[in-house]
Design a protein around this ligand. Structure first.
Ligand code: PSZ
Length: 285
């Protein structure tokens, strides 16, 4: 039986009642996180829960737990559900109140729900790479917030899937920002390029791990905006996310990158990343 976390109570999925008046349901008025579990241990959980609290603060949502308390909740869900390889999903909404746009009164408390679930690593995609499709970045200007509002991301991902691609790449005014649920990287002449961590992208935890791996392995990094034209002309391209890790990209809009196989630096970073998994207590800072 899978045990879910529902506002401080651990219960069966069937017993988790969600109100029709929840602001997550009405407005997507909330934030979330996904934390990977490798070998029965949470990976970079401190960073994820720090970002969770930061996202909440950016939407003026006060959460009643600290990073350490969230780590305990996630750990309990992982252990009690016997998850060895998978992830924890957690979200917080602005709670339950009759539908109105402005914030509910102080008597309304956030709704916090979480669960742990099996999710194997995408080994064949990691090895073979994936195709991607570019789409217009029609999102708002606070993409740094891990918001439950994902309509533009959902539409983009569906576009990509219908084109036989695994991910959609957002392009804003000619600049590659990020994927619909990933960060984007290119390698040109041995230098790694990725969009700077500003309001136009989510500063991915996996992105941060990759940048740290580069620093430790003398791989040059340019956190500078790059155009779609530059992206198409990269020697290697890959994407990162908590569940996709470092996934090579082998084609963009049907055009092959390099020789159509994962690049050398991409594979080297995958190898270094793999070592961080084996030391899950690994800290970013
Ligand atoms: O399971 C999945 O499909 C997941 S787990 C995390 C994501 C997808 N995506 C996170 C994400 C994102 O939604 C956007 C818009 N940009 C970047 C990322 C990567 O963030 P991290 O590395 O923290 O998962």
């Amino acid at each position: 039986m899978t045990i879910y976390f529902n506002n401080g109570v651990y219960q069966n999925k069937e017993d988790v009642g969600v109100s029709i008046d929840d602001r997550g349901y009405y407005f997507g008025d909330g934030v979330y996180e996904v934390i990977k579990i490798y070998e029965g241990q949470l990976y970079t959980a401190h960073e994820h829960f720090t970002r969770f609290l930061q996202s909440a603060q950016k939407i003026r949502l006060d959460l009643p737990y600290t990073v350490d308390e969230f780590m305990e909740i996630a750990g309990k869900l992982m252990v009690d559900n016997g998850i060895v390889e998978g992830h924890v999903y957690i979200q917080a909404t602005r709670g339950v109140a009759p539908r109105m746009h402005n914030f509910p009164g102080i008597d309304s408390k956030p709704s916090i729900t979480a669960y742990a679930i099996d999710n194997p690593r995408p080994l064949s995609k990691l090895k073979e790479g994936v195709a991607v499709k570019t789409v217009d970045d029609i999102r708002w200007l606070r993409c740094d917030i891990k918001s439950l509002n994902l309509l533009a991301n959902v539409l983009a991902k569906q576009d990509a899937y219908e084109a036989g691609c695994a991910e959609a790449v957002f392009v804003r005014e000619g600049i590659v920002t990020e994927g619909s649920s990933s960060n984007m990287f290119g390698v040109k002449d041995g230098i790694l390029y990725t969009h700077p961590a500003n309001n136009l992208i989510l500063n991915g935890i996996t992105r941060r791990v990759v940048l740290k791996c580069c620093a430790e392995n003398s791989i040059g990094v340019m956190e500078e905006p790059f155009t779609l034209e530059q992206f198409n002309d990269m020697d290697e391209v890959f994407l990162t996310s908590t569940t996709s890790e470092i996934t090579p990209i082998i084609s963009i809009d049907g055009r092959t990158i390099g020789n159509g196989e994962p690049g050398r630096i991409t594979e080297r970073l995958q190898h270094v990343f793999e070592q961080t998994i084996q030391h899950p207590s690994h800290k970013l800072n």
